[in-house]
Design a protein around this ligand. Structure first.
Ligand SMILES: CC(C)(COP(=O)(O)OP(=O)(O)OC[C@H]1O[C@@H](n2cnc3c(N)ncnc32)[C@H](O)[C@@H]1OP(=O)(O)O)[C@@H](O)C(=O)NCCC(=O)NCCS
Length: 167
């Protein structure tokens, strides 16, 4: 039985096991640690008993004063992938953000995955650092409300102010 709940600061030890397992070729732990301690970050975790088996982070940001969020990273334990957990974590976070008045969610990721939640390529919002041209389709957004689409530069808090995360 899988439970979904908001992330807590003492999840960090479990996240330090989850991320290297889900991303063996990429070290996302500095980002994950920084997000765990940052204000304005919504984390959703999936647990099976005491085992933390999935995590999604959403960072509150803004675009020209419009409240938006940045989705990522998302990780599911390798043995638990392809069973709907990633999708459930993302949908839970999107629901929570929509209820909190967040107008739009940005993500930099595979359109083949994020497209299934309604994310579409978005050239109206600029990433905080110039993205490689080949990643244009990977820079996507999803509108949660009825308001106008955000236009401008995504303003991100400290954990995301690292050009290496965007290149
Ligand atoms: C990406 C990830 C979070 C998805 O979570 P998940 O619980 O495994 O995925 P879900 O069960 O919600 O969805 C499964 C579907 O997504 C597809 N999918 C999974 N990862 C994908 C990816 N990186 N790109 C495109 N499609 C992907 C699967 O093929 C499957 O497709 P189907 O429904 O047509 O069979 C998880 O697989 C993971 O942690 N992967 C390792 C890290 C990684 O590659 N991250 C890249 C994120 S873009």
């Amino acid at each position: 039985m899988t439970d979904f709940r908001k992330g807590k600061s003492n999840d960090i030890e479990a996240l330090e096991r989850l991320y290297p397992a889900a991303f063996p070729d990429e070290d996302l732990l500095p980002l994950v640690r920084a997000l765990t301690n940052a204000p304005g970050v919504l984390s959703v975790v999936a647990c099976d008993g005491t085992d933390l088996i999935g995590h999604a982070a959403f960072t509150r940001c803004s675009v020209a004063g419009t409240p938006v969020a940045l989705l990522g990273p998302v990780a599911v334990a390798p043995a638990r992938q392809d069973k709907g957990l990633g999708g459930a974590l993302i949908r839970q976070g999107l629901d929570d953000l929509g209820q909190a008045g967040v107008a739009q969610v940005m993500v930099l990721g595979d359109p083949a995955y994020y497209g299934r939640f309604g994310f579409r390529a978005d050239a109206a919002v600029a990433a905080p650092y110039p993205l490689p041209e080949a990643w244009a389709a990977a820079w996507q957004s999803l509108h949660l409300g009825d308001g106008p689409a955000a236009q401008g530069v995504l303003e991100v808090p400290d954990p995301w102010r690292d050009p290496a995360l965007w290149s």
